[in-house]
Write a protein that binds this ligand. Structure first.
Ligand code: ADP
Ligand code: MG
Length: 372
């Protein structure tokens, strides 16, 4: 296990606990005939960690650029701490920024790169040097201040960028795929460190990633974007377990989509007809539309060796594939092909000839609208 090198203790807080709110009100961006961001309403509360996820081209970077002030927007308003910042240049918005395409200056040392953020803000020279050194210390690079970016590894460069974003005690951090270039191990380490730092500073973060696991692990709230619009937003478990559409369900991971007709809706719960799988009780978040389906995640389907009374049926095993930590089973049940995932330690010994039932908990099955 690698020890965390980023420490938050030495960083003065940027102000009261009410600082760091970011608000977008009906913000749009049009490039020619492309609507990159379409009347977006988005709020990041002080201290909140909000992650934008969505396919490439869904408007995540454009949204971040408008908040940062690198890109003008077409309509309405961006507010930071309740004040409109639409006419303020980036350096006056009090936001720390780490963007993929917002690299370190190659001709400057690590220390000079961090100092630059303070120079832009007219901090006196003597104070600048000290604060930049402290910031590099904080990200574990105190001894590497003299190195140029090319003499640092990818992970170390990201730490310098983070030090540069934090050195002027910003109200909030904007991080656009900051770890995309790092390998898995280093990325996981940085995820934990950024999260620790964010919690101890109480700083708000608007984050972008294309990595679903990263979004699940780091966020207080996930905002799913498609074609410049928000399609769903909520705490990670909520969005993952209760997607409103098949598109959201599939975007956030594997799922079984079973077409259904709705028999009865009672607030949080619905009774649906799953054809060959019979009647089932499922969770209902009020999604409405043309055609309905039920989504059950592969890890929420269970095998049992005794017949199940409801929310399941007899099944035939088609195949089992060991994926290392988990085993993926394919079964047919009630005329549907379903995918089921188990931990390898639980599921390695099952034989295709076995007589099986599959079932799920009503809480883990979500009624949704088919839109894609
Ligand atoms: P994401 O970060 O989610 O991948 P972007 O915000 O980069 O998406 O892009 C959203 C849409 O806007 C895409 O269709 C993209 O092609 C378009 N776009 C982004 N920047 C520009 C630009 N400078 N000029 C023209 N179109 C752009
Ligand atoms: Mg992007």
């Amino acid at each position: 296990m690698t020890a965390s090198v980023i420490s938050a203790e030495s960083i003065p807080r940027s102000g009261s606990a009410t600082q760091g709110a970011i608000e977008l009100r009906q913000v749009s961006k049009v490039y020619g005939d492309v609507v990159a961001v379409d009347q977006l309403d988005l709020t990041v509360q002080p201290g909140e960690f909000v992650t934008l996820v969505g396919p490439s081209g869904s408007g995540k970077t454009t949204t971040m650029m408008m908040v940062a002030g690198f890109e003008e927007h077409t309509a309405c308003s961006v507010l930071i701490d309740g004040k409109p910042v639409d006419t303020l240049p980036p350096r006056d918005r009090n936001l720390g920024v780490v963007f993929q395409n917002y690299a370190l200056f190659p001709h400057m040392s690590a220390l000079e790169n961090v100092e630059f953020a303070l120079r832009m803000r007219k901090v006196p020279r003597a104070e600048r040097r000290q604060r930049a050194e402290d910031a590099l210390d904080r990200v574990g690079l105190g001894k590497m201040g003299d190195r140029k970016p090319r003499q640092l590894s990818g992970g170390q460069q990201q730490r310098v960028a983070l030090a540069r974003a934090l050195v002027f005690n910003p109200a909030a951090l904007l991080l656009d795929e900051p770890m995309a270039a790092l390998d898995k191990r280093l990325r996981e380490q940085m995820q934990e460190e950024i999260k620790t730092l964010q919690k101890s500073l109480g700083i708000s973060v608007l984050f972008v990633t294309h990595d679903q696991d990263e979004a699940m692990a780091m966020s207080d709230r996930i905002v799913v974007m498609r074609d410049g619009k928000i399609v769903q937003s909520g705490p990670p478990e909520e969005v993952y377990n209760h997607p409103l559409t098949d598109w959201v369900a599939s975007f956030l991971g594997d799922t079984n989509l079973i077409p259904c007709t709705v028999v009865e809706r009672n607030g949080e719960e619905a009774v649906v007809d799953l054809g060959g799988l019979g009647l089932a009780r499922v969770r209902d978040r009020g999604a409405t539309g043309g055609n309905y389906a039920v989504s059950v995640r592969p890890e929420h389907l269970k095998f049992s060796s005794a017949a199940v009374a409801s929310n399941g049926c007899a099944a035939t095993l088609v195949s089992s594939t060991n994926l290392g930590a988990t085993v993926r089973h394919r079964v047919t049940a009630g005329g549907h092909e379903l995918q089921l995932r188990e931990l390898s330690s639980d599921g390695g010994t099952r034989l295709p000839a076995e007589e099986l039932w599959v079932s799920w908990d009503a809480e883990k099955a979500q009624l949704l609208v088919l839109e894609s």
